[in-house]
Design a protein around this ligand. Structure first.
Ligand SMILES: NC(=O)c1ccc[n+]([C@@H]2O[C@H](COP(=O)([O-])OP(=O)(O)OC[C@H]3O[C@@H](n4cnc5c(N)ncnc54)[C@H](OP(=O)(O)O)[C@@H]3O)[C@@H](O)[C@H]2O)c1
Length: 353
């Protein structure tokens, strides 16, 4: 029996994880946490808000599924990695912000780091058991979000409601807006760099509107391995929670007889600059990725509150990245400081000039 601690139990990933856990007799939910919504009775140990690390210490799980949204998930990610507790990671923001510190904690702890993001779960599966020197490059796919095909001029007046209407995935509001700006793919680019140890120039993004191909791996002999499946997060959640068993799920088999068109395009870098800003922040290293994430969180919250236009999100991130020093953080406290400094700068750039 695997003892699971589920952080972010009320969210989109959290609810789907509950379904996966209920459907598998080998998985036992020992603890659950949310940020503010009540979850009494969901698990033997529950917590609303507060210190997630305290909950994990009491719960002694075998696997932590971190499905908290945003930087708030960072202490739990570091705790699991440091303590050698397997981490099923949906909370990409924590790996983006902590990067090398997280990997160092994993090396000390020795537990597994299993990606839940569908693209990274796909890449993990294509890479499994293959020597790293045989890998040429990784391609992450992006649906392109609800504004795919539009120009910048056509995005001046889009509302939160427009941005929240994602064509292929049904997700929480923050990641849905991130998909509309392509910041989500920017975060995923940095996440992939840390997860798979690939340099940024060997990670590509391709727009693939139907979200059926989740990632592709190009190998040095010219072969390309791709991972396909319907866009349903229960698949990567189940893969991570039941690893290495690959338990059955109720997801239907991919139907090829009804026709399947696989279409790929280059992303539109002019309309969606947040992807290039992420690549740049990743390449600069230090706490630039942490600042990218912090500024984006502030800007997305302001957009959802009606305090910032859609195109203002990338402007806030750009201004913040230009103003931070990006110095390396030595520990969690250093990251918390870098995050707070970037948030303060981002808040300032929200104010009218
Ligand atoms: N949704 C997807 O399909 C998808 C796919 C890939 C990756 N991800 C990643 O998975 C993470 C969660 O995404 P989501 O779409 O599930 O978000 P969501 O629907 O907004 O859910 C977020 C969850 O985090 C909880 N939370 C927020 N702050 C917290 C805190 N300080 N302590 C404890 N819990 C806290 C929320 O609790 P309350 O409900 O009480 O606020 C909620 O349970 C994100 O990092 C996202 O990028 C999501």
């Amino acid at each position: 029996m695997k003892r699971i601690a589920l952080l972010g139990a009320t969210g989109s990933i959290g609810r789907q994880a509950l379904e996966v856990i209920e459907g598998h007799p080998g998985l036992e939910l020992v603890a659950a946490a949310s940020g503010s919504r009540p979850i009494d009775g969901l698990a033997p140990l529950t917590q609303v808000g507060g210190d997630l690390v305290e909950l994990l210490e009491r719960a002694e799980p075998d696997v932590v599924l971190n499905a908290v949204v945003g930087f708030a998930g960072l202490p739990a990610t570091l705790w699991a990695l440091e303590h050698g507790v397997d981490l099923a990671l949906a909370n990409k923001e924590s790996l983006v912000a902590a990067g090398e510190l997280a990997l160092a904690a994993q090396r000390r702890g020795g537990g597994l780091l299993l990606p839940v993001d569908s693209e990274h779960s796909a890449a993990f599966q294509c890479l499994e058991g293959r020597a790293r020197e045989t890998v040429d490059s990784l391609v992450l796919t992006a649906s392109g979000g609800p504004f795919r095909g539009r120009t910048r001029d056509e995005l001046h007046d889009v509302t939160p409601e427009d941005a929240l209407a994602h064509p292929t995935w049904n997700m929480g509001p923050k990641i849905t807006v991130d998909s509309a700006t392509l910041a989500n793919k920017g975060l995923e680019l940095i996440e992939a760099h840390f997860l798979f140890g690939l340099p940024y120039e060997r990670i590509e993004v391709a727009v693939h509107p139907t979200s059926v191909v989740h990632a592709l791996l190009r190998f040095r002999d010219g072969a390309v391995l791709a991972h396909l499946g319907y866009p349903d997060m229960r698949v990567p959640i189940s893969f991570a929670l039941t690893y290495p068993e690959r338990a059955a799920t109720p997801i239907p088999a991919l139907d090829l007889a009804s026709g399947l068109t696989l279409e790929f395009h280059a992303p539109d870098a002019d309309t969606f600059p947040l992807l290039a800003f992420a690549r740049d922040a990743g390449e600069r290293g230090g706490t630039y990725p942490c600042a990218y994430n912090a500024a984006n969180e502030v800007a997305v919250a302001a957009f959802l509150d009606g305090r910032l236009p859609f195109l203002g999100i990338s402007e806030v991130v750009e201004e913040t990245l230009a103003a931070v020093d990006g110095a390396h953080a030595r520990d969690l406290d250093g990251l918390v400081e870098a995050d707070a400094a970037a948030r303060a700068l981002a808040e300032r750039s929200l104010l009218p000039a």
